[in-house]
Design a protein around this ligand. Structure first.
Ligand SMILES: [Zn+2]
Length: 218
């Protein structure tokens, strides 16, 4: 892609860097060759149908996503969002989509953290796909951290925890639901259920990473 003089100058002072190791990389890329070799692409439809993840949750991806939760990093949101959008376009996901949204946090949690990392990803994916972003879901109650629970407790923990703010915003819409990490899919299932019950036509899930079981054999 040809760059205009302003963006050429910007690239001199702020060269593009690998989202994982910060090495300088060619413009238009997000990950250096070294880090790319270390990443693993999870199989499509893991852990459920119509769910896609960019990377397996292991180093260096896990380190990047942990740091993404600790402070707001627009450059990382842009890089991940761009890569997630690109991955979606070469999967069997049934696009095009009308709207991208995220797994919401409770107001209390979002105030405490200052941002919702999944919302930053959803906005960035929406921009890359040229679709609308909307905060259409809300979280009705506090839940225990999913990583502290087993599979069945996870399902119970999030059952009925999410609701659609205004059903008219999702009725008949093809929705892309974004989160940072998927493990068993309980949270995404609970959000998808709320969206479908409110009349969404289709809900496809996309995450930055998937926590694959140690002995996963697709
Ligand atoms: Zn790197």
């Amino acid at each position: 892609m040809r760059q205009n003089p302003a963006s050429k100058l910007l690239a001199v002072f702020f060269p593009p860097r690998c989202v994982f190791c910060r090495a300088i990389i060619p413009s238009g890329e997000s990950v250096c060759g070294w880090c790319q070799k270390k990443t693993v692409e999870p199989p499509p439809h893991f852990p459920m149908k119509d769910c896609f993840a960019l990377y397996a949750y292991q180093k260096p991806v896990s380190d990047a996503l942990k740091s993404f939760k600790t402070r707001e990093q627009p450059a990382m949101a842009r890089a991940f969002g761009g890569m997630m959008a690109a991955r979606l376009s070469r999967t069997s996901a049934t696009g095009p989509f009308d709207l991208a949204t995220e797994v919401p946090m409770t107001l209390r949690d979002q105030r405490r953290r200052g941002f919702n990392q999944s919302q930053l990803l959803a906005k960035s994916v929406a921009r890359a796909l040229h679709i609308r972003h909307g905060c259409v879901l809300h979280k009705l109650r506090q839940t225990a951290p999913q990583h502290t629970l087993g599979r069945f407790e996870r399902m119970r923990n999030v059952a009925g925890a999410f609701a659609v703010r205004k059903p008219e915003q999702v009725r008949g819409k093809r929705i892309l639901l974004i989160d940072d990490i998927v493990t068993t899919g309980s949270t995404l299932r609970a959000c998808r259920k709320a969206l479908l019950e409110a009349g969404a036509e289709l809900v496809v899930c996309m995450t930055a990473a998937a926590s694959l079981p140690e002995r996963y054999d697709p």
